[in-house]
Design a protein around this ligand. Structure first.
Ligand SMILES: Cc1ncc(COP(=O)(O)O)c(C=O)c1O
Length: 398
């Protein structure tokens, strides 16, 4: 049979503007080489028994059909209670919460709900790699503001107020704030959030905050939801989910909390994107949100110990590390190893040393900026981190 002449291009302009996820590609390399996978941020340990049981019971009880598109009532009530308990923020579960397929869907649904072609979205970089493609897919243009690395051993990643202000203009529709931050481990301070708040109010910008690492914070740092700052309640979409807090990245349950006007737009986008998140796992989510406060303290302490195991091993191996204050990643500087770029270093690391990490350039719009940086995830069992440390010690400096 003769094929019809091709008169149309096959790939959209949008899809051709970004490449596949480097993080998930590194996981595949780790599998090929049998490497210790410190690339992708998923735990290699069990989720809490209580929530696994709740998921099993929900399936046994035939919770098998679509949940309400914007989320099972019990889960939304749990999310509202949690926001009240942890941030002192009153949220109406009937009009202000949308349950999504992971916070990943919450982010793209939020962007599609608030931006139009021609709008701009401000993103701090290095950034969690989804934000760039999410913005492009929603038809908007990303604008990047640099987070500058610490200049001292235990310093903080910072941004320049003037650079942030310069990125905002009449086309700016939204700003994405990820705190605690992936990949830097930065936890935005109240003063920084107030600065962002002032600019959002001045330029009528919506903040979309990704707070998926809310409970993973160290050294007495405080997690602050931007929505709780004066003037931000009506212009903030707060995104969170089960993946990181309950060690269930494969369950794909997340949510967006936003004022009713924004929520009704997010719900519409979400409904047509995915209809809903897995119903029995939403029941388990409701159970997870009933866990006692001690669960969250133990979670943070467990990750603090893992951080304090991996960071000295990286220092010892010759990396310059940037100590994270939150989340479960450590960004490093690889200059000491004499590689021209981060990608060839990561290839060497995975194939010759047997450890997978993520090239820093994948977190930057201008890839050159990350060409001497590499990110490691430490959401792993002690034995995994110890094996990684043993392998990393074989790296040669110079
Ligand atoms: C900052 C950030 N947001 C979102 C996600 C994805 O979360 P979810 O599994 O809820 O889609 C990740 C996963 O690594 C992340 O680091």
């Amino acid at each position: 049979m003769r094929r019809a002449a091709k008169t149309h291009k096959q790939i959209s302009e949008k899809a051709s503007r970004f490449s596949e996820s480097v993080i998930r590609e590194m996981t595949r390399h780790a599998m090929i080489y049998g490497a210790v996978n410190l690339a992708q941020g998923f735990p290699d340990f069990s989720a809490p028994e209580a929530i696994k049981r709740a998921a099993q019971e929900a399936i046994a009880a035939d919770v098998n059909q679509y949940a309400i598109t914007w989320g099972a009532k019990k889960l939304r009530e749990g999310i509202a209670r949690h926001m009240q308990q942890t941030q002192g923020m009153a949220v109406d579960p009937e009009t202000e919460i949308t349950v999504t397929c992971g916070s990943t869907e919450a982010m793209i649904a939020a962007l599609m709900a608030v931006t139009d072609p021609g709008d701009e979205v401000v993103i701090f970089e290095p950034f969690y790699e989804n934000y760039g493609p999410d913005t492009i897919l929603s038809g908007a243009q990303p604008r990047f503001v640099t987070l500058h690395p610490p200049t001292t051993a235990h310093g903080e990643w910072t941004f320049d107020e003037k650079e942030l202000r310069a990125a905002i203009n009449p086309h700016t529709r939204a700003i994405i704030v990820n705190t605690p931050n992936n990949p830097t481990g930065k936890v935005f301070t109240r003063a920084e959030l107030e600065l962002i708040r002032d600019l959002c109010v001045e330029f009528d910008v919506i903040a979309i905050t990704d707070e998926i690492y809310q409970h993973i914070i160290y050294d007495g740092t405080e997690h602050i939801s931007l929505a709780t700052l004066d003037g931000m309640r009506d212009r903030t979409i707060t995104i969170n989910g089960m993946s990181k807090t309950y060690s269930v990245t494969g369950w794909r349950v997340g949510w967006a909390v936003a004022p009713p006007v924004l929520t009704s737009a997010i719900r519409k986008v979400h409904d047509f994107l995915t209809v809903g998140a897995a119903a029995p796992l939403q029941e388990a989510g409701a159970a997870a949100l009933m866990l006692p406060e001690s669960y969250y303290a133990d979670l943070a302490e467990g990750y603090r110990k893992r951080r304090d195991k991996l960071v000295p091993a990286l220092d010892e191996a010759g990396f310059r590390t940037f100590l994270p204050r939150g989340a479960y990643y450590v960004m490093t500087d690889i200059s000491a190893f004499g590689f021209t770029d981060d990608v060839s270093f990561c290839k060497h690391l995975v194939s010759e040393i047997g450890v997978a990490a993520v090239p820093g350039s994948s977190f930057y719009s201008d890839r050159h900026k990350g060409s001497q940086q590499v990110r490691f995830a430490f959401c792993k069992q002690d034995a995994t981190l110890e094996e990684a440390a043993r392998r990393l010690s074989k790296l040669v400096i110079g």
